[in-house]
Design a protein around this ligand. Structure first.
Ligand code: MF3
Ligand code: CO
Length: 305
């Protein structure tokens, strides 16, 4: 997704501004540049010179931003916890939308999907062969055997959080249960590859290989994304990538791990009637979990789940 960059962002871009060793660091820590991000910036520059894709300074979160994003994520997690406790056979996906709207706003947040590029509801609810961006509907009643992804995103004080979980309604078939479990394993295995100075392709390949080892496919057209200051920021995060490729991971980056795992064919299509909801072409089930992760000094931290 193309995001408009502000003048300030462009001025902060490391390619345009050289900060003196003794100047204040760009991250507003109050420390001198040489005692803060200087060594990291130089290391990133060396890796870029070797021909790799590297993050712009604008997507490396400062400690203050991380603190704000954590607060947003607290609401996001609480809302999904509420859904987990109350979701059951017989409720409608519209009911889930109402829970999400009521709880998010009660806690002081704004549901990020509402009105986002015209999205009409507060949450995405994707059932069975719906891959993602399912629209809550009072006519969609959850029934025993359904699997559903509830994808929840919150804005608090301008900070964004985003994560999703799968739920099994009553007894589901062993095939669907396994799909849901393997989709979760894909996120956990991908998460293990998130660490500074690795590449997003390390994570992408791990996700891909686990899904295909189980006989599943990984949707190509829709991926994860940077998140925190905007709903969708750089980088684009795919899960059909190769180890050592795609963007360098550095401390302070935040992005989502949210592969869509199809039981059958990899192909999908978008419902022309609403312009949003993606379905598997073969109408076999699809499953997705979403973690929002922060790259730390020595690994990764899940910020929302
Ligand atoms: N939460 C989704 C994601 O993971 C985005 C949904 S966009 C919406 O990126 F408008 F459909 F909500
Ligand atoms: Co997302």
């Amino acid at each position: 997704m193309n995001m408009q960059t502000s003048l300030q962002d462009r001025m902060n871009d490391r390619k345009l501004i050289k900060i003196g060793r003794n100047d204040a660091c760009w991250c507003k820590s109050g420390k001198k540049y040489k005692q803060c991000h200087m060594a990291m910036d130089e290391k990133i520059q060396r890796i870029q010179d070797e021909g790799h894709l590297v993050p712009d300074r604008s997507i490396i979160k400062t400690p203050d931003q991380i603190a704000g994003i954590r607060q947003s994520a607290k609401i996001n997690i609480a809302v999904l916890d509420y859904v987990a406790e109350h979701i059951k056979e017989g409720i409608t996906t519209q009911q889930i939308d109402q829970w999400v709207y009521d709880l998010t706003t009660k806690m002081g947040g704004i549901p990020a999907p509402l009105g986002y590029h015209g999205f009409p509801k507060s949450v995405c609810t994707s059932v069975n062969d719906q891959v993602c961006h399912g629209i809550p509907d009072e006519n969609v009643v959850l029934k025993e055997g359904d699997i559903i992804n509830v994808d929840c995103s919150t804005i608090l004080n301008g900070y964004f959080s985003d994560s999703s979980r799968m739920f099994c309604i009553g007894e589901v078939s062993p095939e669907k249960k396994k799909l849901v479990e393997v989709a979760k394993e894909c996120c956990d295995i991908g998460l293990k590859e998130v660490k500074p100075w690795g590449f997003l392709g390390d994570m992408g390949q791990a996700v891909h290989d686990h899904a295909y080892a189980n006989g599943y496919t990984v949707v190509r057209e829709i991926g994860g994304h940077g998140v925190g200051i905007e709903f969708h920021e750089d980088p684009w995060v795919g899960y059909n990538s190769k180890r050592g490729e795609e963007m360098l991971m550095v401390p302070g980056m935040m992005f989502t791990i949210e592969p869509m795992i199809n039981m059958g064919n990899v192909e999908i299509f978008v419902d022309e009637a609403n312009g949003w909801t993606a379905y598997t072409e073969d109408h076999m089930p699809s499953a997705q979990w979403e973690y929002m992760v922060l790259v730390t000094e020595d690994g990764a931290e899940v910020i929302s789940y």
